[in-house]
Design a protein. Sequence first.
Length: 176
Amino acid sequence: MVSAVGLMKVVSVLATPLVRPLAYALMFIALLAVPVIASDSAGAVVLRERGVTRSGVVTAVTPWRGKVTEYLCTVREDNPVQRPDTVFCEHDDRPGEQVNVVRDPKAMVRPQLATSVEEDQVEAAFAVAGAIWLLVVAVSAAALGATVRPSQLRAWQAAGEEAPGESLSSGAGAVA
């Protein structure tokens, strides 16, 4: 949030009045989309990096109602020492189905089915692309403003006008 506010401040200072609304709109889209996409995929990235995959059998599928209906599968892993665990699954998963469960050895992330980890990697790529989009829009708007504003200021000074929102005679020691 701090970096997003900083980017918006840079755009408000440097972008031209014509570019600023477009830059804000494009930045706002990325600011909304990136956290939503990244929240689901963060655990998958951790599991992809350091997760351990174990095979198991689905023993039960239970509907879980939140904002949307999701399903929890109880999975008994092939390791008899491990007690059955629940993971989010799909509506078409059935008891008796062989699945692979990815676990975090540090137990910082909830276990997931291997297929879910792979699907969430795509979401992680979209989150990164959205963050890059945010930077590209902000830097482009600021760079455009930084290149256009000096020529506008010179044109206003040559015409003897004061730049909008700026005082040419402000500052310490200005001569009236």
